[in-house]
Design a binder for this molecule. Structure first.
Ligand SMILES: Cc1ncc(COP(=O)(O)O)c(C=O)c1O
Length: 364
């Protein structure tokens, strides 16, 4: 028996369960489980990666990531690039903020069906994970406020949320921000914000400027199609950015991610193409699923969640699709066992998925 014991709270931390992969499949595979962009990255990112791969990978990146932070600030209308921080995927921001602000005896708050890394991170740092109940898979300001206590250190809120796709209005976010006690760091996770368009992105940015206790975190893994490179960023009040920088690994973002991020962050044509495809297909998928008797929640992101009426039926549909090399996301681990989450993929993959589900619902 190993005599080296992890800390108790690490032993009690359950790992994140990813969307998974299909191994050994023959023929076309439809990966609709992890909310990735079916177009891949912007061509400008691919060109920048090729160029960077050919020159200087033996050299460490710039530890200040100045060029990347300035490119993000410019593209997103942020006046002070020193308040932009970067990360190896936005998961790292969740971890580092939790490490900075919450520990044993503290509480980290999120909503009932929130992105599960919030819970993983809270537990991994010894803090209690507190869930505010949702109504119809949607967070509510009063419910969140009711769960705040003197021990609450951080509130994580993804808007739109994963895995539900639902969101709070901007007015609701502002009223939450207005009444949240000043000891709570409010982290708005905008992982899917680009799917609502630049005005919404700007509105989230402006939330950070309304209070010195609000952070907006973002990712290059979704609409930017760079999940494999692991690149995230956040816009923060100065004091919080300085705290974050103190414990961040000096070279946490790799050079290929840096160059791809710089090249693609301002590629508005690519963002528009991806967003328009998503909006159109999200409507098509929603209508088709509803017509099959699979009700959907209103989604504002790049996926839809549909209801199968029973956990066994949802699990059977998941397996039925998997047998045809179509991978969607089971969300029983999120407390939603009767539902499946389906990423909006390419036209071909979406069509295959809908046809398979039509056959499934006709027989079961
Ligand atoms: C709401 C939300 N936040 C953060 C992340 C983490 O993304 P990444 O670490 O790839 O930047 C995800 C990924 O699915 C997400 O859905």
């Amino acid at each position: 028996m190993n005599t080296i014991k992890p800390l108790d709270h690490i032993t009690h931390t359950k790992s994140y369960v990813p969307g998974g992969k299909l191994h050994g499949a023959t023929g076309p595979v439809a990966m609709l489980a992890s909310n990735e962009n079916p177009f891949g990255p912007s061509p400008l990112a691919v060109e920048a990666i090729r160029k960077a791969a050919g020159e200087g990978l033996q050299v460490y990146p710039d530890p200040d990531y100045t060029a990347l932070r300035e490119a993000i600030a410019k593209a997103k209308g942020i006046a002070d690039a020193s308040r932009v921080v970067t990360s190896a995927g936005s998961d790292e921001i969740i971890h580092l903020l939790t490490q900075c602000y919450a520990g044993p005896g503290d509480e980290v708050l999120f909503t009932e069906h929130a992105f599960s890394m919030y819970e993983v991170s809270a537990r991994a740092h010894g803090a209690a994970a507190i869930k505010a109940p949702e109504t119809d898979m949607t967070a509510g300001v009063n419910s969140i406020l009711g769960a705040v206590s003197p021990k609450t250190r951080i509130l994580f809120l993804a808007n739109p949320n994963n895995p539900t796709g639902t969101m709070l209005s901007l007015d609701a976010l502002k009223s939450l921000q207005d009444v949240l006690p000043p000891h709570v760091l409010f982290v708005v996770d905008g992982a899917y914000s680009e799917y609502l368009g630049p005005d919404y992105e700007a509105a989230l940015r402006d939330l950070v400027d309304r209070r010195d206790t609000t952070v907006m975190m973002r990712t290059f893994s979704k609409i930017y199609g760079l999940a494999a490179l692991r690149l995230g960023w956040a816009y923060m009040p100065k004091a919080i950015a300085d705290t974050y920088q103190r414990i961040r690994g000096p070279f946490n973002v790799n050079t290929l991610a840096v160059e791809a991020g710089i090249a693609s962050v301002g590629d508005d044509a690519f963002l528009t193409l991806s967003r328009d495809h998503n909006t159109a297909w999200r409507g098509t998928m929603t209508d088709a699923l509803n017509a099959m008797g699979l009700p959907t929640a209103p989604s504002h992101a790049n996926f839809v969640v549909c209801e199968f009426g029973a956990a066994e039926r949802a699990a059977a549909a998941h397996q039925y699709l998997k047998d045809q090399s179509i991978l969607v996301r089971a969300i029983a681990g999120y407390g939603l066992p009767t539902k499946l989450r389906i990423t909006i993929g390419s036209a071909e993959d979406n069509t295959r998925c809908l046809e398979a589900l039509k056959a499934f619902t006709a027989s079961r």
